[in-house]
Write a protein that binds this ligand. Structure first.
Ligand code: T3D
Length: 262
């Protein structure tokens, strides 16, 4: 396993994952994608890890596909559809289906698949210097890694169209104004702010958080009636959880709840 292209550490109940190919702005080669897929699978199954923190090493978050690998004569994958299906789609699905919150700390430029990987996370906090770039069109490609799904939902058709068709660099502050990301903070505070949030989330009722994630994904497709029914169903599930029993008991006893994530 090319362990060094992805750094992993478990700390305070948080899976701390760092994209680590800073010399190529953490762009993805096939091995890095495979390693990240494997780690996300392990994190999904490990109940002791109750939140995920994703960031990049060096000055960038991620510059998308490694274009040197994509064009190498000896590249293992030559078909672009196959590359998207094997390298990127599984990452998006793993993040969206992760039964625990994922906080993304965008430390620098996030381009192409790198931008859309960030948008597949639940809460995105970016450094003031960071930017988001739907770089695909600049090299004659189309958005992938879920960008054409996430962008219209996050910022509406008009802004999504401009971002995807023009491929212009969007500064982090503007991304926050548009509602593309949660918020921006000074670079020096990014790690403390974003990791702090992940650590806090790791103490919360994880099962309810996982249901909330599913409600958010279902909401844009559902009618009001369908969403009301989903809320009723999930409230039934959450109401049978140990964390609900603890949350109510703690409220009545006027103390802080101690959630176990079940
Ligand atoms: O099968 C398929 O390929 C389909 C899948 C597609 C998924 C995609 O993600 S397609 C989009 C791929 N990404 C891009 O097109 C972005 C390319 N990079 C850039 O446009 C710029 O690097 C940035 C805007 C991200 C940052 O610009 P800047 O000026 O801050 O940095 P730089 O000087 O361009 O890059 C620094 C180094 O990183 C440089 O190497 P060097 O000269 O120092 O040896 C550059 O070549 C390298 N680098 C940056 N991005 C990539 C990369 N190397 C390989 N692949 C990259 N994507």
């Amino acid at each position: 396993m090319a362990a060094s292209s992805i750094l992993f550490e478990a700390r305070q109940g948080v899976a701390r994952i760092t994209l680590n190919r800073p010399e190529v702005l953490n762009s993805f080669d096939a091995a890095m994608s495979q390693t990240l897929q494997q780690i996300l699978g392990e994190v999904t199954r490990d109940v002791s890890l109750r939140a995920v923190y994703l960031t990049g090493a060096g000055r960038a978050f991620c510059a998308g596909q490694d274009l040197a690998e994509a064009t190498a004569a000896d590249s293992a994958i030559t078909d672009f559809s196959e590359r998207v299906r094997t390298m990127y789609n599984p990452l998006v699905l793993a993040l969206r289906r992760m039964p625990k919150p994922v906080v993304c700390a965008v430390n620098g430029v996030a381009a192409g698949a790198g931008a859309n990987l960030a948008l597949a996370c639940d809460i995105v906090i970016a450094a003031e210097e960071a930017s988001f770039l739907q770089a695909f069109v600049k090299i004659g490609l189309v958005p992938d890694t879920g960008g054409s799904w996430a962008l219209p939902r996050l910022v509406g058709q008009a802004q999504a169209a401009a971002l995807m068709l023009l491929g212009e660099k969007l500064p982090a502050a503007r991304a926050a104004e548009l509602g593309l990301i949660y918020k921006v903070c000074p670079a020096a505070e990014l790690e403390t702010t974003a990791f702090g949030l992940a650590a806090q989330l790791a103490t919360q009722p994880t099962y309810a958080l996982s249901l909330i994630k599913q409600m958010l994904v279902a909401s844009p497709h559902n009618s009001l009636e369908q969403q009301l029914e989903l809320e009723a169903e999930y409230q039934g599930l959450a109401g049978r959880s140990q964390d609900y029993a603890e949350g109510v008991q703690a409220f009545l006893e006027k103390r802080k709840p101690s959630f176990i994530g079940k």
